[in-house]
Design a protein around this ligand. Sequence first.
Ligand code: FE
Ligand code: FE
Length: 168
Amino acid sequence: MGLFSKDIKSMDDLFVHTLQDIYYAENKIVKALPTMMQKASNPALKKAFETHLHETENHVARLDEVFRMHGTEARGVDCPAIDGIIEEAEEVAGEVEDPRVLDAALIAAAQAVEHYEQTRYGTLVAWAKELGRNDCADLLQKTLDEEKATDKKLTELALTKVNLQAAE
Ligand code: FE
Ligand code: FE
């Protein structure tokens, strides 16, 4: 998409553009999660990252399916937002020495990612319905539900284990 050409002409174009944005983001997250898993010390947190890595691979597959249902080629467009969130996470993680404090930093970073995904999927579900594509909306909703559940799980881990240990 060019800066001076206006390539998004309809709601449908905007829907596809946003699909491409989250497609790029999900692929980035698939690459970032193994590192986060490796950096985490708390076993429950490690496990949560591992579980979500598998879910995230499935989010990419679901997007492939939505593109296919829509009749559009599956591809990503640069998403500076997710690049920024991941870059900041890496920067902060690089500054932390204490493994328990690092766990807290990793949770905070992961929750920023999950919240970004939720805004995108929330919008995509609404637009898919508006465009009369309830089939696409149903698939996108499944992913949205998993992002929400992951965010909730991370909050629980933070409140019950990780932050308490980090503050000791
Ligand atoms: Fe995802
Ligand atoms: Fe996610």
